[in-house]
Unconditional design. Sequence first.
Lengths: 294, 293
Amino acid sequence: MSNVDFKTRLQNWLPKLVLSPSLVLVLVFVYGFIAFSVYLSFTDSRLLPSYGLVGWENYSKLWRLSHWKTSLTNMGIFSVLYIGICTCIGLCLAIFLDQKIRAEGVLRTIYLYPMALSFIVTGTAWKWFLDPSIGLENVLQSWGWASFEFDWIKDRDYAIYTVVLAAVWQTSGFVMAMFLAGLRGIDNEILKAAQMDGASNWNLYRRIIIPQLRPAFLSAFVILSHLAIKTFDLVIALTGGGPGRATELPATFMYSYTFSRNQMGIGAASATIMLMTIAAIMIPYLYAELREKN
Amino acid sequence: MADAMQDTAVRTSRTVRILIYLILLLFGLFYLLPLYVMLINSVKPLNEITGGGMMNLPQALTFAPWAKAWSSAQIGVDPTGLSPYFWNSIKVVVPAVVISTILGAINGYVLTKWRFKYDKILFGLMLFACFIPFQIVLIPMARMLGLMGIAGTTSGLALVHIVYGIGFTTLYFRNYYAVFPTELVRAAQIDGAGFFQIFWRILLPSSGPIAVVSIIWQFTNIWNDFLFGASFADATSQPMTVALNNLVQSSHGVKEYNVHFAGAIIAALPTLLVYVVAGRYFVRGLMAGSVKG
């Protein structure tokens, strides 16, 4: 009797028991670690974690650093252009590919493959391609366009745009796939009815199709913005943060302050700000998603 | 994409169509250009590149840059080539992909078929973990790996990838199992099947498509990771991406662009191969699981 009882009770507990290892891992390695890092941002940690509380000092130091301000400005330029251009290219390519294009499968494969590459590979390829001494500038000059100049990657004011270029190259195809999936889900009957009423193609897209892509726009925005804030390897491989500090981003700032400059407290403070920024975007989105599926 | 879905009913004129084809082809060239540059320059002698012929086909075809990148290029202090780091990556990727996928499958099963109070909150916590900037965990993770005695090893790196991969694998399996008929599970329960039996006999046999998605996703992400590799690996356990970066950034000696390009392709080959061979299953599986984004 008690044996049966034990078995049913085990069956009731089993699901939770099986879930618990993952749960413990996530609670410790994600949320515990977040708490620890946030705590460190209020301490005088330098080379190693130290537990002397210093209040908001790291944050006020951080905001006085021109290095941090540069990386925030770059983040602003980079994320606006990256998200904007990826969305435009993705949407246009998806709309064009949706017009009963003959070699659609081949083109889609070509547009998407950069997504499979590591940012280090992408960075290396673009680094040498944009390098004035061997890349594009050199090639066009040797083809006879002697006055051609393209040295953005070596120019403090323009280097950040080369990061945008490489990042757009890597992810715009993925955004295209998201929009294409959205377009394929639109009911053709509505479009046919509107066409019968004499709507032009332009109006069809502006009034009916694009408004229906709202969920795809939202997912694209969320994914691109979180990729933008996380951008790290691409900068390391493409420009190394330079020339000077011209292409530093918060992610590279945090890394160099924590691991090479031994300013762990300031590094932790910058990481905390990065987390808060992402949380401000992700939490409302995830909340809405999870409620919807209820 | 899914075959059932159809092209748009929008009709376009001849000139517009020609213009569209033109634009699509131009973008095709834009995406192919870096791959072309990497490929042709990896099989050229160095003087052909520095002489201003980056876009030209090789005049003297040579595979020496590939051999050098693989087995004798200077990486860090040793002229080992990329090969030892390639195997490091394999040692990290294989266990991390397998374990995180298994955990994801079990989590997805529990979260959809054995619902309990607060399960949504737990799932939300796991999901948010996918999107954190990893900078926030770097410092404590370095300490933790040290405490566990696996700092600077490939198993330490595998653990890191398992932990931060669970969120995504759970998401995939949860969404896939959510549309799996719960009646079948209940019927099996009435027949006396236990927790694991139901998983083994009923859910697992039909999990192929989503397992492919999870494996491809994890494989690509872990193989391509740089941040964790650069933060937690030492010279003997660095993954491919870190070694490639060391090769390209090394400041001493002549810059051997052809070797750099060959190394970049070697580093990209496994994920490219997976993409070409199984990419279609990835998209199809994603659709079947109706994963958003």
